[in-house]
Ligand binder design. Structure first.
Ligand code: 6PG
Length: 236
């Protein structure tokens, strides 16, 4: 399913209302956040207009992926979330389960696998997040599973160590079985640079399964798109 919004802000309020409702329905909520730049606009709205209405102490925060950098590095997804969200709402520190990107990558991977396996409730024998937020790169990657390492999607491990195809940057990423075990999955995708892959994946065009984002369980997934990211969808 897809929902198209006239602006990132409109998308953000839709997601904010959804998160508010989800947080009221359960005593605690397990969410895996996406990284990159897209979530910033969402987090800004959440910080501005949902700081009081959402009980942030009920939410347990994880990440779908993280760069192997220190938390205060400009590349850190945790650091971005702290700047745009956590510094503005009342969370419980113990409910924030970040990838320790400052560690040696293999250690960061082992530590995060332990955090997820020990703290996220299980279903179907796997950690099950209530909400999985995903972004998509221009190349069709999601989390930190890139086309050149698409085999990582099917790993039996909870997380894997991946490398960015251009920079070689080490990343810790959830794998496909955990991502697809989530109760609800949302792609947050905005901007015209994503339009071609959005169309190929949603409309299952050509060899679309070469893109990791195409391997996400469509039955559980809602694509939240702005007009720019959705602009190819209307073309037949
Ligand atoms: C990351 C992400 C990644 C991101 C996409 C889109 O760590 O970079 O989790 O999967 O969601 O690359 O990134 P933008 O939002 O910056 O376009």
């Amino acid at each position: 399913m897809k929902k198209i919004f006239n602006s990132k802000e409109e998308l953000a309020y839709y997601f904010g209302d959804l998160l508010l409702k989800a947080s009221q329905e359960k005593p605690e909520l397990y969410i895996a956040l996406s990284g990159g730049s897209t979530p910033k606009a969402i987090f800004e709205v959440l910080a501005k207009d949902y700081a009081k209405s959402i009980d942030w102490t009920k939410i347990r925060f994880f990440w779908g992926d993280e760069r192997c950098v220190a938390p205060d590095d400009t590349e850190s997804n945790f650091g971005m979330t702290r700047e745009y969200l956590f510094d503005h709402v009342k969370t419980r520190g113990v409910n924030i389960f970040r990838v320790k990107g400052e560690l040696e990558p293999k250690k960061a991977l082992e530590d995060y696998i332990e955090q997820v396996d020990d703290n996220v409730p299980k279903a179907n024998g796997l950690p099950q997040f209530d909400i999985m937020l995903l972004g998509m790169g221009d190349d069709g990657h999601t989390a930190s599973i890139f086309p050149h390492q698409i085999k990582l999607w099917n790993s039996s491990a909870t997380c894997e160590l991946a490398q960015h195809p251009v920079s070689g940057q080490n990343r810790v990423t959830l794998t496909g079985s955990v991502i697809n075990n989530s109760q609800r999955i949302f792609f947050l995708v905005t901007g015209s640079s994503k339009a071609e892959k959005v169309d190929k994946i949603i409309n299952q065009k050509g060899n679309y399964t070469q893109y990791p984002a195409a391997l996400v369980d469509t039955n559980k997934t809602v694509w939240l798109l702005d007009n720019d990211a959705a602009r190819e969808l209307s073309n037949k």
